[in-house]
Write a protein that binds this ligand. Structure first.
Ligand code: S3P
Length: 429
């Protein structure tokens, strides 16, 4: 199925089997960063295998933090904490494609007594950083960016002072960056975003209090290393769940799956549109809910996604849009302007690829309207070097007429190396 970096996907008749996902990307980044500034050793099983989390680990090493992979099969990473005292890096911190690495690490280095420069690849170098630069500057750090607010970002750390900050844009990365910076802080978000940063801080021993959309952290906390197993990545699972949704009679079991309520909106949405999902073996580890989902495809109705739902589903919107033509009533996505500043302009990428496959799509400044009941044909489409676009269109291709060629498909490695072969193993053609 692999042809260099492009890939051919053939239509499928069904999907069934069971799967366990590599560790959640959002949680892996946070556990690794907090482990670096904690005291003692942290042992993480099922750490994300994606290149984004490797970027985080490599930046931590450049900041003097030692870590080691103890087991490749289970991707066990052991990190030796340095307390709050990191080391001045001798080279720029390379965040690769990872916005999470750049934004959250900015919060950490802003409190260090040295200067660091954070750089990224071509895609990350186009992404807005004012959202972290502004509040961290208010806390006392000295920060310059390249062109406007774009990377590279040069941060001279200080002893930070407390702030009381209302985020203008809903962003869990920015919320975590501010909570990871030293000092007492209060953050208020326009809508509640994923709370992995808050839960991770509590697991490492910080005092975090939450009320509605407001989060406070007490200053001067000492963090202590933890032992944890990272729950299966829900945003990676989304591709399999949506593939199962496409085939009435499919049966897929996903175990050890992250079910944190601030991330699991996708499961509710799929149920709402006609997929049968049974959740069993719910457990809580370090505040994170984990469980097994058994999924059966059915007839798919449509949905309108907007407001807080858009924020809750932000990483799952590309795949929901890619399967939208196969629903009965179509899918409308609103309030999703943030999609334009992700790894690619995801609104434009989805619209371009759906049209290449013969679908009708209405592209709007802040969303998409995709009618249901459409037939797609296989086509040559592009990942736009965006991991979630490559994987989303592998799913759409399963129900298209004829083969689909995905250009630059190897970008899936950013969050999920091995995705395409894992998918292929579950398909019946
Ligand atoms: C993430 C938050 C979201 C999401 C990203 C991961 C996180 O970004 O799109 O993939 O781990 O906090 P924003 O904070 O920009 O919304």
């Amino acid at each position: 199925m692999n042809h260099g970096s492009s890939l051919i996907i053939s239509p499928a008749k069904n999907i069934s089997g069971s799967i366990r996902l590599p560790g959640d990307k959002s949680i892996s980044h946070r556990y690794a960063m907090l482990a670096a500034i904690a005291e003692g050793t942290t042992r993480l099983e099922n750490f994300s295998t994606g290149m984004d989390c490797t970027s985080t680990l490599n930046c931590l090493r450049a900041l003097g933090c030692e870590w080691e992979q103890k087991d490749a099969q289970e991707n066990v990473i052991e990190i030796t904490g340095r307390g709050r005292a990191l080391q001045a890096p001798s080279l720029p911190l390379d965040c690769g494609n990872s916005g999470s690495t750049m934004r959250m690490l900015s919060g950490i280095v802003a409190g260090q007594q040295f200067t660091s420069e954070l750089v990224g690849d071509e895609s990350l170098s186009r992404r807005p950083m004012a959202r972290v630069i502004k509040p961290l500057t208010m806390m006392g750090a000295k920060i310059n960016a390249g062109n406007g607010d774009r990377p590279p970002v040069r941060i001279t750390g200080r002893n930070l002072k407390a702030i009381d900050y209302r985020l203008p844009v809903a962003s869990a990365q920015v919320k975590s960056a501010l909570l990871f910076a030293e000092g007492e802080t209060r953050v208020e978000e326009p809508v509640r975003t994923r709370d992995h940063g808050e839960l991770a801080l509590q697991a490492f021993g910080a005092e975090v209090t939450r009320r509605g959309n407001e989060t406070r952290i007490a200053g001067g906390h000492k963090l202590r290393g933890i032992e944890a197993r990272v729950p299966g990545d829900l945003s990676s699972a989304a591709f399999f769940l949506c593939a199962a949704a496409l085939f009435p009679g499919s049966r897929l079991v996903v175990d050890s799956l992250l079910m944190n309520p601030t991330r699991a909106r996708l499961l509710e949405l799929l149920v709402q549109i006609g997929v049968r999902i049974t959740v069993t073996q719910l457990e809580e580890h370090h505040g994170e809910l984990v469980g097994t989902a058994q999924v059966e495809g059915g007839r798919l109705q449509g949905a309108t996604i907007g407001g807080a739902d858009t924020a809750a589903l932000i990483d799952e919107l590309p795949v929901l849009a890619a399967v939208a033509p196969f629903t009965e009533d179509g899918v409308e996505i609103r309030d999703a302007k943030e999609l334009r500043v992700k790894e690619s302009d995801r609104i434009s990428a989805v619209a371009t690829n759906l049209r290449a496959m013969g679908a009708q799509v209405e592209e709007r400044e802040d969303g998409l309207k995709i009618p249901g009941g459409q037939t797609l044909h296989g086509a040559e489409i592009d990942s736009f070097k965006d991991h979630r676009i490559a994987m989303a269109f592998a799913v759409a291709a399963l129900r298209a007429k004829g083969q689909t060629k995905i250009l630059r498909a190897d970008v899936a490695d950013i969050s999920y190396p091995g995705f395409f072969s894992r998918l292929e193993n579950l398909l019946q053609h």
